[in-house]
Design a protein around this ligand. Structure first.
Ligand code: AMP
Length: 583
C-alpha cells in the first residue's frame, strides 16, 4: 500500500467522532493491507514502530523534525517553528510547506508503507557521534518523497503526536471485521493479546497463517503478559463466602512489576507494559542473583521499604523513582524491594494454568533469599478473624489493605475476576475503594480560578467491551492551586478541538481532552444519574460519583485503558449497602 493511501485512512480516522465508524474504517484499511504490511501498519496506527513494550524511539523532538522539514522544503528552522507556533502541530506545518514548496510529489507517486516504516526504523537505530545530523538528513529525504498529507502524519510520529484515538480493542475489532465481517474473532484475538501484548504480531499471524495460528500464540519470555487484576468485596465474610478458604497477603501500594529472565538478560515491565529495566536497575540486578532458574516470568510489587523499621514508603515516595535522570543516585537513596506474589513461567513451562497454590509453592522455590526480591508473606485464612488479622497488620504497617487469592485459580492474563479480591480500609461515608478515572475534558474556571485555567474536570471510566470512555463525574473542588495547574499542564498535549471519538459524554466541557491522564479519585457514593453516560443504557440512567476528590495522579503506572471499568462501577454500586471495614 502507498503511504499516501495510509495517510488518507489516518485522516478519516482522525475526523471520526464515532467508535463504530472507527472500526469500519480500520476494517477497510486492513482489508486492503498486504499481509506483510499488517504489522507495520498496526504499529504506525499506534504512532509507533514496535509494540509498546519495546523501547524503540525515533529520538527526534520538534526542533530536529523542524530541521528536517526546513531541509526538505528549502527554508530554515525558525520559519518552520513559526508555522508550528501558529498551527500548534508540527505535522500541519510540514503539510503547509510541502504544498507551498512544490517539492512534494503527488500522492500516487508516494512511497510504499513498508519503505517509510523501514526508513523510520533505521532512523531509530542511528546512534553515536553525528547521529542527529544523520537522522535529520534521513527524515528530510523521506519528506521529499511524500505528498503533503503523508508529510503531515509522518512528522507527527517522531514527536509522539499522531493521536488517532484508536485503542487496542478497536484494532482487534478492526482485524475481526476485516477477516470475517463481524466481531466474532474478538475473544480469540483478545486471548492472544492478553498473553503476548503485541498487536502487530497478532495481525501478522492472522493474515499470514490464520486464526488457528493466533490460537497457538502463547506466553513467552520477552513479551510482557497483561496482568491479572483484582475484584472488590466489602468484607472478610463476603470474601470467604465467595472464595472459600483462601490465601491472604498484604496489599502493597507501589509499582506492579513483571520480571522476565532469559539467561543473563532481565527485563522489568510495568503494569501498563512499559519496559522499566533502565529505571529500576536494582530489580534487574536482584533478579540475576536471586532467581533460581534460567528462564522465568514472575510478578511482584516494587516499593521503597525500610527493613530496619519495617516501614513501607507511600506511593508518593516510590513514584519518585519513575524518572529518566540521576537514576543511580535515586536508586541509592530510595532502593526498591520487590514483594513477589505470583509466577507465570519457568524454564520453558507456562505455569499459568496451574492452581494458585502450586504457582505460589514454585515461586517459593524460585526466589533465593536476598535483599531485593522478597516473598510476600502469605497466610491461608479459613475464618474472617484470620483474614482480619492480616488486614490489621497491613494497616499497622501503613498499607492500604489486603489481597485475598482463590487457592485453585489459574493465572488469567488481562482478567479482572474473583480469583483475586482486594479489601481496602474505608472511612464511614466513603466508597470502599478509590476509582481510577481518566480526564476527558475540563471547564474553565471563574473568578480566582480563571487564572489557573481550569475550574472543574470532566472525568470518565472505561468500557473495555466497546473501547469507549463514558463520563462519570465532574470534579470541581478539593484541588490545590498547584494541582489545578498540574492538571492543566498534564492535559495540554492532549487537548482536542472536538469530542474525541472514544469519549461518550452528554456534558460539553470548555475543552475536550483525549483520554490519557489517569487520576485516582475518592468519592462518598455512587448514584444513578441522567447526566453521566457510564453504564447508561436505553431508557436507563447512568452512574455517577458523588463528592469526588483527587487522591493522586496515576499516569505513572496506568494507561487510560487501565481505568476502572463500567462493570466495576456497577459492582461497587451494588456493594454500597454493605458495612465497610472500619479504618
Ligand atoms: P488495584 O490497582 O487497586 O486494582 O489493586 C490491584 C493491584 O494491587 C495489583 O495490580 C498489584 O499492583 C497490587 N498488589 C499489591 N499487593 C499485591 C499482592 N499481594 N498480590 C497481588 N497484587 C498486589
Amino acid at each position: 500500500m502507498l503511504f499516501s493511501e495510509l495517510a488518507s485512512f489516518f485522516s478519516r480516522l482522525e475526523e471520526t467522532t464515532s467508535r463504530n465508524a472507527l472500526v469500519e474504517i480500520l476494517a477497510e484499511l486492513f482489508g486492503k493491507t498486504p499481509p506483510d504490511e499488517v504489522a507495520s501498519t498496526t504499529y504506525l496506527l499506534q504512532g509507533r514502530l514496535a509494540p509498546f513494550f519495546k523501547p524503540v524511539e525515533i529520538g527526534m523532538g520538534n526542533n530536529y523534525v523542524a530541521d528536517s522539514i526546513a531541509r526538505a522544503y528549502n527554508t530554515d528552522r525558525a520559519g518552520v517553528l513559526r508555522r508550528f507556533d501558529r498551527l500548534g502541530d508540527i505535522g500541519a506545518a510540514a503539510k503547509e510547506l510541502a504544498e507551498e514548496s512544490g517539492v512534494a510529489p503527488p500522492p500516487e507517486r508516494s512511497l510504499e508503507v513498508s519503505s517509510v516504516f523501514n526508513c523510520l526504523l533505521e532512523i531509530a537505530g542511528i546512534s553515536g557521534a553525528g547521529s542527529i545530523e544523520q537522522k535529520v538528513q534521513a527524515l528530510s529525504g523521506l519528506l521529499t518523497q511524500l505528498d503533503p498529507l503523508s508529510a503531515l502524519y509522518l512528522c507527527r510520529i517522531p514527536v509522539g503526536k499522531l493521536r488517532l484515538g484508536v485503542g487496542d480493542p478497536t484494532i482487534l475489532d478492526g482485524y475481526s471485521f476485516a477477516k470475517v465481517g463481524d466481531k466474532s474473532l474478538r475473544k480469540r484475538l483478545e486471548r492472544a493479546y492478553n498473553e503476548t501484548s503485541d498487536l502487530g504480531l497478532i495481525g501478522a499471524t492472522l493474515w499470514n497463517h490464520g486464526i488457528e495460528a493466533v490460537d497457538a500464540l502463547s506466553i513467552s519470555v520477552g513479551n510482557p503478559v497483561r496482568p491479572a487484576l483484582a475484584e472488590r468485596l466489602p468484607s472478610a465474610e463476603a470474601i470467604l463466602a465467595k472464595l472459600g478458604t483462601c490465601g491472604v497477603e498484604k496489599k502493597f501500594d507501589g509499582f506492579r512489576c513483571q520480571i522476565h529472565k532469559l539467561g543473563d538478560e532481565v527485563r522489568v515491565y510495568s503494569r501498563n507494559l512499559e519496559d522499566m529495566t533502565g529505571m529500576f536497575p536494582e530489580l534487574a540486578e536482584g533478579a540475576l542473583h536471586q532467581v533460581a532458574a534460567d528462564t522465568a516470568i514472575f510478578e511482584g510489587e516494587a516499593l521503597a521499604y525500610n527493613p530496619l523499621s519495617d516501614e513501607y514508603l507511600p506511593f508518593q515516595e516510590t513514584t519518585k523513582r519513575r524518572r529518566k535522570h540521576n537514576i543511580a543516585d535515586t536508586a541509592q537513596e530510595l532502593p526498591l524491594r520487590l514483594f513477589t506474589f505470583d509466577m507465570l513461567y519457568v524454564d520453558g513451562e507456562n505455569i499459568t494454568p496451574l492452581p494458585y497454590t502450586e504457582r505460589r509453592e514454585r515461586l517459593g522455590r524460585l526466589i533465593r533469599p536476598g535483599d531485593t526480591l522478597l516473598l510476600s508473606e502469605e497466610r491461608v485464612a479459613h475464618e474472617p478473624a484470620e483474614l482480619l488479622e492480616v488486614f490489621d497488620d497491613a494497616l499497622q504497617g501503613g498499607l492500604e489493605g489486603i489481597m485475598a487469592k482463590k487457592l485453585d485459580a489459574p493465572y488469567q492474563a488481562g482478567a479482572r475476576n474473583y480469583n483475586w479480591v482486594k479489601l481496602k480500609r474505608a472511612q464511614a461515608g466513603e466508597l470502599q475503594d478509590t476509582v481510577d478515572c481518566v480526564i476527558i475534558g475540563y471547564i474553565y474556571g471563574r473568578g480566582r480560578r480563571s487564572s489557573l485555567g481550569v475550574g472543574a474536570l470532566l472525568v470518565g471510566v472505561y468500557d473495555p467491551e466497546r473501547d469507549v470512555f463514558p463520563s462519570i463525574t465532574k470534579i470541581g473542588t478539593g484541588l490545590t492551586d498547584a494541582e489545578w495547574r498540574e492538571v492543566r499542564e498534564r492535559c495540554a498535549p492532549f487537548v482536542s478541538e472536538e469530542k474525541p471519538a472514544r469519549v461518550e459524554s452528554l456534558l460539553q466541557p470548555s475543552v475536550w481532552v483525549e483520554p490519557a491522564v489517569v487520576i485516582e479519585v475518592l468519592a462518598d457514593e455512587i448514584t444513578r444519574s441522567p447526566v453521566h453516560t457510564a453504564g447508561k443504557g436505553e431508557g436507563k440512567q447512568g452512574y455517577a460519583l458523588r463528592f469526588p476528590r483527587l487522591v493522586s495522579f496515576r499516569d505513572a503506572d496506568k494507561r487510560p485503558e487501565d481505568s476502572t471499568t463500567v462493570a466495576e462501577v456497577i459492582t461497587m454500586y451494588g456493594q454500597q449497602g454493605a458495612k465497610p471495614v472500619p479504618a
